[in-house]
Design a protein around this ligand. Structure first.
Ligand code: ADP
Length: 390
């Protein structure tokens, strides 16, 4: 902040030319920049022009008695345009009460005529000092407000993270508790009553233990993948590959387990040639085809299609399942989100598969979205594998 005289814009308003011009000449010698006007109207016009050109008026020496209006009115008008102006009222002996009133209107000081030039200079310097303090305070206050807003933002984020963390712990422990209850329950039963149990019951108990053991393994794998995706730790090694071959292999693996389900590949000419990470692409297709099977009637059809779009490749996995409503479409990619109907049907799932799939597609530089077929029937998951030039 500079309150050196030379950096100051000064206006002297006095109808007495002898005072106005002499004062200006003396002050200019001391390094002040300024102008002198003899009427209230021209003072206001000067202040307006100044404001219009983007300057601020630092100092105004205003005579209380002007021919066309009172100095007090001039002060009010100038203050509207230059609220921080250091205004010094010049007053005759008879006007002291009015001058004191001017202080209440925001004038910095008043000086009685005949003035002493040194007193004028000292008062002007003090006015400038106060002005720069005012600006410094304002800047500090602004920074304080910004810091405060940042702090509030950080606290909000921390609270949000804490909420997500406790939700996560809650959901994970809930997801683990039910298979663990089954495993512990059956194994204790076997340990204590094995000799009194039929072969059939023993077999069923062991199957339940194995099934829930696998469920825990799936959950653990999903959680590990989720952690990797959140830390952006998916290692990606792009190679030239035949996407159609990868899709065919995924289908073959699923066919063994799902004999009633029909599978179809529809690849446009050349659409299978991509440069991407084979394992990641396979993981994406396994997740999407796995869901297509899980959420469709057992004798439905799953279609994997691909076409070129410029240098990109667009892949879709379409099923004949119940479809996904528009309001659910944005949520199913969130961690742990499952459609209520599927929770009610007790379809196995963690609600993490699509979160991981989305993270993988994004780590490959692509995007994933979902749409439902006509009448809301069937779901189509679409993802883009970017070409080399994009
Ligand atoms: P999970 O299958 O383990 O529950 P996902 O993240 O893979 O978790 O899917 C989230 C939810 O989205 C599922 O629980 C299901 O409600 C819904 N969903 C996913 N894929 C399909 C699909 N192909 N058809 C209908 N609903 C689906």
């Amino acid at each position: 902040m500079n309150h050196e005289p030379s950096a100051c814009n000064l206006l002297i308003v006095d109808d007495d030319e002898a005072i106005g011009s002499t004062l200006l000449a003396i002050l200019r010698k001391s390094g002040y920049h300024g102008s002198w006007v003899s009427t209230g109207r021209s003072a206001i016009g000067f202040a307006r022009d100044y404001e219009g050109s983007g300057h601020r008026l630092n100092l105004a020496l205003i005579d209380l008695r002007l021919p066309d209006m009172s100095g007090l009115e001039v002060l009010r008008e100038i203050k509207k345009m230059h609220p921080d102006v250091g205004a010094i009222m010049m007053t005759g002996f008879a006007d002291v009460t009015t001058a004191v009133g001017a202080l209440n209107e925001g004038a910095f000081a008043y000086i009685q005529k005949p003035y002493n030039i040194d007193e004028v200079k000292v008062t002007m310097e003090r006015a400038l000092e106060r002005q720069s303090l005012l600006w410094e305070n304002r800047a500090l206050l602004g920074r304080l407000r910004e810091a405060n807003a940042d702090l509030i933002n950080t606290i909000d984020n921390l609270q949000e993270m804490d909420k997500v963390r406790s939700e996560f712990v809650h959901i994970v422990s809930h997801e683990m508790r039910s298979p663990l209850t089954v495993i512990i329950g059956y194994s204790e039963m076997l340990l204590e009553n094995r000799t009194h149990m039929t072969e059939d019951r023993i077999q069923k108990s062991l199957e339940s233990i194995s099934c829930d053991g696998h469920r825990l393994t799936r959950l653990t794998e999903d959680l590990l993948n989720l952690a990797k995706s959140q830390e952006k730790k998916f290692a990606v090694s792009p190679v030239k590959l035949d996407l159609k071959q990868v899709a065919a292999k995924v289908i073959e693996d699923f066919k063994v387990l799902n004999t009633r389900m029909a599978f179809e590949l529809a690849f446009e000419e050349g659409a299978g040639e991509v440069v991407s990470d084979r394992d990641r692409i396979e993981q994406v297709l396994v997740n999407l085809v796995g869901n297509a099977i899980k959420y469709s009637p057992p004798d439905g059809k799953v279609l994997i299609a691909a076409r070129k779009d410029g240098s990109n490749t667009r892949v879709s996995v379409t099923d004949q399942g119940p479809g996904i409503t528009e309001s659910e479409q944005s949520k199913i990619f969130e961690a742990f989100y499952r459609i209520q109907a599927d929770i009610d049907k007790k379809t196995k799932g963690t609600g993490l598969g699509l979160t991981i799939t989305k993270a993988i597609v994004e780590s490959l530089g692509g995007k994933i979205s979902v749409a439902s077929g006509p009448g809301g029937k069937g779901s189509s998951f679409n993802f883009v594998i970017p070409g080399l030039s994009s």
